[in-house]
Design a protein around this ligand. Structure first.
Ligand code: GLU
Length: 514
């Protein structure tokens, strides 16, 4: 496959859902795999749904994921402009709508909003749904039912009109989808879609087909929800005389809720407290604002890897793929038809794999801003050692800070249940002697600390299980955490001494109070 030209064509109607990122990713992967071109086109013809900031959000999301377009708004390219509103200004669409009229495949419709509402209500009253189509168009007010003079008169007096596609009756429209195979639509099911709106703007269908053609798009890779529209698109290619160069279609499977039932939505994210968008979105109201994968502590490499597997598989056991490896391994043939379940635990697993293999220094770079945000100022070496200790124990970047906070401030709370169970007030003196031994350790590194603790265990007659948990709770508040001796060495002699003192006092208090 050479000369592949694919496009990601989002509408700036809000934040880009994670499913949109997957669509962008698959387009990107096919382009890179084949040495082709990845294009971003902003489909902003629906002014009523335009949301300020959405285009920036989309471009920022792609940048974060490393899915950089070869052509697009702000990037340039030979087929620009790449925003449909700007293309409309250049008169790119109207002439094709006119061409459809001229060759009898479209017509002017003058029905007013009130008339359309009235007929819809009439149909509803009869428990039917109104569709402007081959079955109904001859009962409506349009250039097919009005005389040529009347039509001209209305046009000349600037009466508002739309241009509708004249979908033929009783035809089969066949789509050869690369993922779904042959999909057939009976044309009677299709409505006479509006091509040009009364404000002179093209609809999605018109602009999308004209642009795909003019931009020489070879493959249209998009969500399954666009499959029904594709029947109209095939007709449009045919009627505009472009059928020969029609792109190939690949409709991606749905991304399903974590339960596997129904399509993943923004509400699932709110309900389950998980991200379903790549980046955070700050809306005027808190209900409409949310955090993205990035703010949750995901690495973009892990997100790409996770998303790639939502619908595609490499046909091997391998699960960890860098973006470059994905580019090589990717193929449309290995995309499945059935919906892919959004498994947040799996997303975290991918992230964990990436964290584990990252160098401590690189992790420190990523963690430092998070620490600064919490008011913790520590040097890079300390943070790098901390990351080294923690990286096998976390799955999100934010976990480092949330789980390992005690490396940056005092223990906030102790696991009281275990304190009660394990602390014996009559061992206080023994433990004090361990504190003293630790405080007099010359070189406070993990090895030396280990020696001191082990000697203490031997001489005190206590068991490992009677000492380690106590030290852990005293130093970190809980019994879990990284390697005890390494943790002690990183905390340093002073902090260890202070924490043991404070904790032993507290442990006594807790146990004596019982
Ligand atoms: N503008 C459409 C969207 O928002 C593009 C669909 C397509 O790729 O054709 O998803």
């Amino acid at each position: 496959m050479t000369g592949v030209r694919v496009r990601f064509a989002p509408s700036p109607t809000g934040a880009l859902h994670i499913g949109g990122v997957r669509t962008a990713l698959y387009n990107y992967l096919l382009a890179k795999k084949t040495g082709g071109t990845f294009i971003v086109r902003i489909e902003d013809t629906d002014q009523t749904r335009y949301i300020e900031g959405a285009e920036d959000y989309i471009m920022e999301s792609l940048k974060w994921c490393g899915l950089l377009p070869d052509e697009g708004p702000g990037i340039g390219g030979d087929y620009g402009p790449y925003r449909q509103s700007e293309r409309k200004e250049k008169g790119l669409y109207k002439k094709y709508a006119q061409q459809l009229i001229d060759n009898g495949h479209a017509y002017f419709a003058f029905d007013t909003a009130e008339e359309l509402t009235a007929i819809r209500s009439k149909f509803e009253a009869e428990k039917k749904t109104f569709k402007y189509s081959s079955a109904t168009r001859m009962d409506m007010t349009n250039s097919l039912t009005l005389s040529a003079e009347e039509t001209q008169k209305r046009l000349a007096s600037n009466e508002p009109y739309t241009i509708r596609l004249k979908v033929p009756a009783d035809e089969l429209v066949v789509i050869n989808d690369l993922i779904r195979g042959e999909v057939t639509f009976q044309s009677n099911e299709l409505d006479d879609k509006i091509m040009l709106k009364s404000d002179g703007m093209p609809t999605y269908h018109m602009a999308n087909i004209v642009d795909d053609h003019l931009m020489k798009i070879t493959h249209v890779i998009r969500g399954e929800e666009w499959l029904p529209s594709t029947a109209h698109h095939v007709l449009l290619y045919r009627y505009l005389g472009w059928e020969e160069e029609m792109p190939q279609f690949a409709h991606l499977p749905l991304i399903l809720k974590p339960t596997g039932k129904g399509k993943l939505s923004k509400r699932d994210g709110d309900k389950l407290g998980i991200p379903v968008f790549p980046l955070s979105w700050d809306a005027a109201t808190p209900e409409d604002s949310f955090q993205g994968f990035r703010e949750f502590g995901f690495l973009s490499e892990a997100v790409n890897n996770f998303l790639a597997f939502l619908g595609w598989n490499p046909g091997t056991e391998q699960e960890i793929f860098s973006l470059n490896e994905l580019c090589e391994a990717f193929s449309l043939e290995r995309i499945g038809k059935s919906g892919a379940r959004f498994d947040f635990e799996k997303a975290k697993w991918f992230n964990q794999q990436y964290i584990i293999t990252m160098t401590d220094e690189k992790l420190a770079e990523l963690i430092q801003p998070l620490l600064l945000g919490k008011g913790y100022e520590f040097d890079q070496d300390y943070i790098a050692s901390f990351c080294g200790l923690m990286k096998e124990r976390v799955s999100l970047l934010t976990d480092f800070v949330d789980v390992g906070y005690y490396f940056f401030e005092d223990v906030r709370t102790y696991d009281e249940k275990n304190v009660r169970k394990r602390w014996k007030t009559d061992r206080r003196d023994l433990f004090e002697s361990l504190s003293i031994a630790l405080a007099s350790t010359e070189d406070f590194n993990a090895e030396n600390v280990e020696k001191v603790v082990k000697t203490f265990i031997e001489t005190s007659g206590l068991k490992f299980g009677e000492v380690f948990p106590i030290l852990r709770i005293a130093l970190a508040g809980s019994m879990s955490g990284p390697d005890l001796f390494k943790m002690m060495a990183l905390l340093g002699k002073e902090r260890v001494a202070e924490r043991l003192k404070k904790a032993f006092n507290y442990f006594d208090e807790v146990c004596l109070a019982v």
